[in-house]
Design a protein around this ligand. Sequence first.
Ligand SMILES: Cc1ncc(COP(=O)(O)O)c(C=O)c1O
Length: 375
Amino acid sequence: MSKLPNVKTSIFSIMSKMAAEYNAINLSQGFPNFPVDKKLTTIVEKLASENVHQYVPMAGYPPLLDKIAHLTKNSYNRSVSSDIEILVTAGATQGIFTAIQALVNSNEEVIILDPSYDCYEAPILLCNAKPVRIPLNDDYTVNWQTVKEACSNKTRMIIINNPHNPTGKTLNQADFASLIKIMDAFPDIILLSDEVYEYITFEEKHLSAHLQPTLANRAIVVSSFGKSLHITGWKIGYLIAPEHLMIEIKKVHQYLVFSVNSICQVAISQYLDVVSIENIRESYQQKRDLFRSLLKSSRFELLPCEGTYFQVASYTKISNENDVDFCKRLITEHGVAAIPISSFYENGTDLKLIRFCFAKDDETLRTAAIKLCQV
Ligand SMILES: Cc1ncc(COP(=O)(O)O)c(C=O)c1O
């Protein structure tokens, strides 16, 4: 009997495969198509012939742990212990999986907000725990009253994703006030805050869970160098969590991965000396603004995009097909691949919305926009 009977090929694989078959511009999967910074590739070339190819300590390459502590201090003014509270993981995905496996017990409940990124549910089910999906409001704000009503003494964890994939929505101070109120009322609940797009926010500065001192002892914050340094294929991320949670997380990490790829950790550690991670916001803001302005004359209606490199668009003025069929036709007839938002919902809610990734060079965005304006 399958342990995960409902898990199928992900929509990202389906759309990317179709995009390749039809030679369509792939704005579906969330990765950049522009070249990696030459400074980083130079570091990697140099390291290839150095003594950096054996296991590093389980929690991470020590100089990288120090740099992460420094980055966390610079970005959020939070001091964390590099020896105790940081774990380098094989991408945010492994960090999330490991944290859930380590901390959620059988028959407990974990709250996920719907729509959501697809990697939360499987590890919860593999713990024999129950994912409880709470729909976001129509404008993609969180209905904290519903979250509160869903909490009970069975609830072990609340997962938030800020900035949010797929909607591009960010949380504000009032959201955190409501969340903290709920967590005060349920002192056993822990927070998993997926912040892989923490450095990609636009008009408003990112409000991290790191900025909430009352959450420090109860939150696991998830980051991804893949997203922050445009190297998604490297699959390197990290978790920051208080010692009592991190001890348990490291027990699972030790047997799942032991230690993450050495040369990549050394390379990132050296690269962090010469790159300013906080500058990526500016280039993505230009891309967002370019893509939105290019689509102004199209029949797509664009939703606000406060963070991430995803733009959600409504196609109700174009068609009333379901969003999966519409995305397939967008590839076969118009040569552009996108992701149907229904795939981020537990029950496939279809609001005629699709997601474009604008982490692409300007020429790709311009060519895609010409095609999209003809739809
Ligand atoms: C919200 C969210 N969380 C986690 C991940 C996974 O990140 P990583 O590639 O570092 O595993 C992604 C990747 O798209 C994401 O969008």
